[in-house]
Ligand binder design. Structure first.
Ligand SMILES: C[S@@+](CC[C@H](N)C(=O)[O-])C[C@H]1O[C@@H](n2cnc3c(N)ncnc32)[C@H](O)[C@@H]1O
Length: 244
């Protein structure tokens, strides 16, 4: 897909990114965090995602343990740095303003951030095809400052209110009709598969799945209650570690 804002087309060994509007999301995140000066951006586990290249005021550093020489060369042609390295042990040589974690499946985010040189007041831009950044939101040195929603047409919006809703699963009574119907279908499939009868009201079972100790059954049924709000890009600001 071609993006009208692209200054230079990506070389063949790089791809445009798992999320169509990562570049616009970065712009919004920078505005929210008031990162107006030229920035250094570190993208561990980037693979060959060239989304954050070709931005005149962004110095991008890519690291992936599976990066091949052709991709490294193409990143360099675009003025970005790229290394085939383990992000658990490799560390940028300069302070970093933005760490991007895009589809960081299989990556221990704490270990990567520990090596990232992210400066205080710098930000983490996180997005994944699945789940929410539950590890980052637990960290004392990270504050969630906004969530960007992407309706798919590039018309991104930033939400800065009630951000806990992105981590709170909806009560049964808050589900809309189609969400309830989806839950009932999944439940019925599970019951049919194992020849079981439902011995409690469906609502009680749903509420059990919503609780931490219901996660095992939720996985068995292959159903996760939806969160109160859903977003795509999560923006965390690094705050200075508290001293006691
Ligand atoms: C699911 S892919 C996502 C790639 C890219 N960010 C995207 O969204 O298209 C995860 C990437 O992380 C890389 N990776 C996993 N663990 C890593 C580590 N310890 N150091 C460097 N790269 C790692 C893998 O090689 C893989 O390319």
């Amino acid at each position: 897909m071609e993006h009208s804002h692209d200054i230079v087309q990506l070389p063949p060994n790089l791809y445009e990114g798992s999320f169509a509007h990562s570049r616009e999301a970065l712009t919004l995140a920078r505005e929210l965090a008031a990162l107006e000066r030229p920035i250094s951006l570190y993208y561990p586990g980037s693979s060959s995602d060239g989304s954050f290249t070709r931005l005149p005021d962004v110095h991008a550093i890519h690291v992936d343990s599976a990066l091949d020489d052709t991709a490294i060369r193409d990143f360099e042609v675009l003025g970005a740095e790229a290394y085939r390295a383990d992000a658990y042990t490799w560390s940028p040589a300069e302070p970093i303003d933005v760490v991007t974690l895009i589809n960081p499946s299989g990556i221990d985010e704490d270990r990567v951030l520990g090596m990232s040189q992210l400066r205080d007041d710098g930000i983490v831009l996180w997005a994944s095809w699945s789940g929410v950044p539950s590890r980052l939101v637990e960290r004392k040195d990270m504050r969630l400052i906004g969530v960007i929603s992407d309706p798919g047409e590039g018309d991104l919006t930033v939400d800065t209110e009630k951000l806990g809703d992105y981590f709170t699963r909806k009560a049964f009574t808050a589900l809309d009709d189609s969400e309830q119907a989806f839950f009932m279908r999944r439940l019925q499939q599970y019951l049919d598969q194992y020849g079981l009868d439902l011995t409690v009201p469906a609502e009680s079972l749903y509420e059990h799945l919503r609780a931490p100790d219901g996660q095992g059954l939720a996985r068995d049924i292959d159903y996760q209650p939806p969160y109160t709000k859903a977003g795509t890009f999560f923006i965390f600001r690094k705050v200075a570690s508290e001293t006691s």
